[in-house]
Ligand binder design. Sequence first.
Ligand code: FAD
Length: 569
Amino acid sequence: MIKHDVVIVGSGLAGMRAALEVCENLDVAVLSKVYPTRSHSGAAQGGIAASLGNSESDSWEEHLYDTIKGGDFLCDQDAVEEYVKAAPRVIYELEHFGCVFSRTPDGKIAQRSFGGHSKPRACFSADRTGHAILHALHEQLLKRSKSIKIYSEWFMHSLVLDGDSCNGIVVSDIRSGAVEVIQAKAVIFATGGYGRVFNITSNAFASTADGVMAAYNAGLPLEDAEFVQYHPSGLYRQGILFSEAARGEGGYLLNGKGERFMEKYAPSRMELAPRDIVARAEQSEIDAGLGVDGKDIIHLDLRHLGKARIMERLPQIRQLGIDFIGVDCVTDPLPIQPTAHYSMGGIPTDKFGQVIKDAEGTPVKGLFAAGECACVSVHGANRLGTNSLLEAVVFGERAGRSALEYAKNISHASINESHEKTKILELFESIFQQNGDDSYNDIRNEMKKVMTENCGVFRDESRLQICIETIKKLKERYKRGKITDKGKLFNTEIYEVLELGNMLGMAEIIAVGAINRKESRGGHSRTDYPKRDDENFLKHSLIYNTGSGVVVKYKPVIITKHQPAERTY
Ligand SMILES: Cc1cc2nc3c(=O)[nH]c(=O)nc-3n(C[C@H](O)[C@H](O)[C@H](O)COP(=O)(O)OP(=O)(O)OC[C@H]3O[C@@H](n4cnc5c(N)ncnc54)[C@H](O)[C@@H]3O)c2cc1C
């Protein structure tokens, strides 16, 4: 059995930042199914928020209010307050770690505008911000390689829970196929989001809900899973992201008539309204037949910014357009549509990264979570752009500190190694043995299609019912799938099958959460319940696996400074 004081699953911003917090005092391991710097954090483009006030005066109080209003008043305000207060310190710390931020002419960290933020507060490294931060953190990990062990291309399967305590995880080495138990005093999940459940998505191939489903399968609830963010500017048909930074720098959105249609939907903020509002505006234009060439296309027009500014501030966006569709945004508008982008929901934690298992806040001892897989909840019903990288770093640090405090004075609990291992070996064996005739690829494609078509920007009872029924059928078909590679060494096919199993589970949870939330709030928009309903739904959902089905419970929202108000821009 492998043994560490603390094991962290995930090497994105949250996991790496957590490791730095633990490693001075305890032995820590970081495990990732992809090479660490291939984590999805590295794809983040636009920026990381902090009220530095380098372009215009700013304050944490304004960042707090913008975040709460952006989240349609579903955020836990005590957590948001601590998080926005921590932001400036976190930016300077990243800079001291070696992250190169873009600059103002007088040498300060430059800041640009982003949707829903009333002040320019996005710190950025051109349009490769996630890449810059991820590599700076990775260098810090490598510098401490004596105290941080990295398991690169290892897959986490399940949690080892004993009552209310977490004692380790079950993993396998993708290269050799060997299944192992890692015994740990504390486990931190930093496994990212699950956008791959959808057909049109900006997310990396690895964003497949493994961490959240490991928690759910162990009997823990998932919070606010119905809230999925659709980003307004995904590349048409492919979903690849063109950062909101393009609009932050002054880009326009045009419909098929060449009109800046945001004037109808958010006249004061135009293209820089929060994402839920812009994505709905785009979808409304498309549904009204006002898409470009009568198709489901909107134009992102950057031509007026000029080549020099595009090359300085948005070089990656330009290159993506050229590489993927042969469109140069210097001379032509980019074809876009809403794309599934971010999961507001996840494993419920308190503001210290401690995983909790019910509305009363009962802790799961030794289990912590941070980043996109966790629901603290600082984003409520809709996350503002640039607030997620910040969340990953702030709560990665906090989860690391909490895990350290918890683990430093205790010894390892005993684990029934063979029992834990056998469960996963049997799972592998059942997939290998299952001589079905169904194609896992077909099942995956049908799941993605039904989710994008029926659980997207606009939802209603009958479409959500279609999702739930289709996913149930797909889960049955999954049991009759056929795998072609039955080898042990670097068998990527079996890992894709396991990821599909997790995504089918997650798809059902999203749809069940959505059908039960009979209101429209933030990223969750029901055409049959078009209004926000604070009387009945100013609460977080907690979705449990009871063994016999999915059960939805609720818990109150923590409101401190700002009472819910009408949300207009
Ligand atoms: C294209 C794009 C652009 C974005 N731009 C911005 C932006 O400009 N600003 C902003 O604030 N936010 C942005 N976001 C959101 C933000 O990047 C993410 O929410 C954030 O980076 C998530 O970080 P994380 O550490 O939680 O997870 P990730 O970076 O997603 O890392 C997840 C880790 O978990 C590991 N993992 C998962 N499952 C397993 C398993 N079963 N076994 C082992 N390891 C596992 C993965 O290998 C990976 O290392 C963007 C997102 C996308 C997709």
